[in-house]
Design a protein around this ligand. Sequence first.
Ligand SMILES: C[S@@+](CC[C@H](N)C(=O)[O-])C[C@H]1O[C@@H](n2cnc3c(N)ncnc32)[C@H](O)[C@@H]1O
Length: 219
Amino acid sequence: MSSLALMRFLEAAPHRYDAGMRLITLGRVTLLHRLLAEVSVPRPGAHVLEIGCGTGAVTEQLVARGAVVTALDQNPEMLELARKRLREAPNGSLTFLESTAAEIDGLPEAGFDVVVASLCFSEMSESERAYVLKAAFQRLRPEGILAVADEVSPERPWQRVLHALLRLPQAGLAWLLAGRLTKPLRDLAEEVRAAGFEVRAEQRWLLGSLTVLQAERPG
Ligand SMILES: C[S@@+](CC[C@H](N)C(=O)[O-])C[C@H]1O[C@@H](n2cnc3c(N)ncnc32)[C@H](O)[C@@H]1O
């Protein structure tokens, strides 16, 4: 995956989002979604809150693994595609909410076993992310899991330089086409800790620019 800089541009045309993401990531986004779903469903029947579900690619895998999912997104067109994708989900296994991530503060406290977010935190401002992470912490039961997949700044300086160079052409194109960019997260683990979580595991690929991070609300 060279870069996700074009992601925001693809969101402007939701019906082309899935195909576009597969193209710019050379199919690797599918692996990312699968891995995230694998670490997000501790057991069938687990209650999962998904933030920024988009067209429902991760949602579909969470439901297939037997989770009871509440999936939200602020973009009604993305949600419509997710609803279509999941139209055959078993009764009672899935609720969609058209909502901003910050509005999870209205959901029941300690109501979920897992909170999941794929490629969504990098689209938020730092202050919004801090608010949402704290709200996610409160939505989880003690020992509940936060699982996040996103684009991050690589840890090693040479990786950061190479990643920035690889990202530049797509970032320029995204800026010209959409006038906005996503920003790789500088220190996701630290932000997650600041919200009260304990980081349990982190897997990185592609010059360390993509992460799947798992954290726990301490018991
Ligand atoms: C790049 S897409 C990722 C979609 C999906 N999670 C995936 O991995 O394919 C980001 C999604 O997050 C949603 N999103 C971004 N910021 C959000 C916010 N503050 N509240 C709710 N949804 C948000 C966007 O509308 C979009 O559907």
